[in-house]
Design a protein around this ligand. Structure first.
Ligand code: NAD
Length: 381
């Protein structure tokens, strides 16, 4: 562990599902979490994650805090990032970086001007098998890539009674499933194949047009039985089918759904090339499938001894000793805090930056336009 990283300190904003994951990952790196801020001090206190600070302003004016982690609902990211940059703090912001690409473009501009370290929390890149897949593709193991396909499926919004702030466009955004989980898939496959999406064709659908909203607020993935409810018409998509063209002409496709029974958190991708294929599934993330034509297929279990150096450096335990979701945050923050310890972003960041967050907003714009006008759309910043 780097001594410098251990001397850095963080403040975490938002104490819900993912705020708790940030706090735990930071502690495992030896980073002190100076304090957390919730929607109210009482609610944050109830979570017992770390000392509770009285307000976001108090966190920003606390000189002990080097890095601010934003894990609040989507609509708060843009104003909170701006405030953090003004206060001179390095920032890790959850996805989506902002509600619109105009906002995310402004944040990229401000962050670059500040000289501070900025990260959009696309943690899935840091599964060791994802790093291995990227290394294999880069080293030519599958030959020329011509096809990338898969999807991101969940079932936690399957029932009309399932509710979360993500269903409210003013808090979650005007795109929902695509911005919430499709953005992870798109970021990931572009990372794995090392190419950007150049154009796309999207078809969005709202499977449940009216939901029953609970009268009081509930947290992500929490059950809400026996509460008073009211009808809430839905304007955002439960599912999406998207065709892709990458900048080198290779093709792709994905299905995004938050209403697929039995799929808890299933992100899958498969890369087909002229000499082989590679596939990964987040629900079986210790495995990497290697597809061959002229010999039996292979299943590579996570094992540092069998990995490319890039992947080996992102895994801590020996093979057969399971790692998981929480470790992806730890490894992402190891990369980010190494940059913070150096005092500025590296020339070639090895973690996703605000630029990557902005790019996902730009792709989201293209998805919305394509669906609205029922046509292919070029992706342009
Ligand atoms: N990278 C990932 O894998 C991942 C996973 C889940 C969520 N997320 C992202 O993290 C963010 C939070 O999602 P979640 O699922 O944890 O939601 P959540 O509802 O569980 O938690 C949000 C928290 O923010 C708090 N909050 C609301 N307003 C606040 C304010 N003004 N100041 C401080 N805190 C406030 C709420 O009280 C709650 O504790 C979203 O942007 C989401 O897209 C990312």
């Amino acid at each position: 562990m780097s001594t410098e990283i251990r001397h850095l300190r963080a403040g975490v904003v938002g104490t819900g599902f993912i705020g708790a994951v940030h706090v735990e990952a930071l502690r495992r790196l030896g980073v002190e979490v100076v304090g957390v801020v919730g929607s109210s001090p009482e609610r944050a206190e109830a979570k017992a994650l770390a000392p509770v600070l009285s307000s976001y302003e108090a966190l920003l004016s606390d000189e002990r805090v080097d890095v601010v982690h934003l894990t609040t609902p989507n609509h708060l990211h843009y104003p909170q990032v701006k405030q953090a940059l003004e206060a001179g703090k390095h920032i890790v912001c959850e996805k989506p970086l902002a509600m619109t690409s105009a906002e995310s473009a402004e944040l990229v501009e401000l962050a670059q001007r500040s000289g501070l370290v900025h990260c959009t929390n696309f943690n899935i890149r840091f599964y060791p098998q994802v790093q291995q897949a990227r290394a294999l593709v880069a080293n030519g193991a599958v030959g020329t890539v011509w096809n990338v396909h898969g999807g991101y499926l969940q079932d936690w919004l399957l029932l009309p009674t399932d509710w979360n702030w993500r269903l409210e466009p003013e808090k979650g955004g005007t795109l929902r499933a695509v911005a919430d989980i499709g953005s992870h898939w798109l970021d990931l496959v572009q990372f794995v194949v090392g190419m950007r999406v150049e154009s796309l064709l999207a078809d969005l659908a709202t499977a449940i047009p009216v939901r029953q909203r609970p009268a009081r607020e509930i947290e992500t993935f929490a059950a809400a039985d026996d509460v008073e409810r009211e009808d809430a018409p839905m304007s955002t998509e439960d599912l999406a089918h998207i065709l892709l063209r990458f900048e080198d002409g290779s093709r792709g496709s994905l299905v995004v759904s938050q209403v697929s029974a039995g799929r808890k958190n299933s992100l899958r991708f498969e890369v087909d090339g002229a000499e082989g294929a590679v596939a990964w599934d987040s629900e079986r993330h210790e495995e990497l499938w290697l597809g061959h034509r002229g010999r039996p297929n292979e299943l590579l279990l996570r094992d540092p001894a069998l990995f490319a150096p890039e992947a080996r450096s992102r895994t801590g335990l020996p093979g057969g000793h399971a790692e998981g979701f929480a470790e992806t945050f730890k490894e992402l923050y190891r990369a980010v805090y190494t940059a913070v310890a150096a005092g500025k972003p590296p020339a070639q960041p090895d973690y996703p930056t605000f630029w990557d967050g902005h790019w996902e907003n730009v792709l989201g714009d293209a998805v919305a336009l394509s669906d609205r006008e029922r046509r292919w759309v070029e992706v342009t910043t």
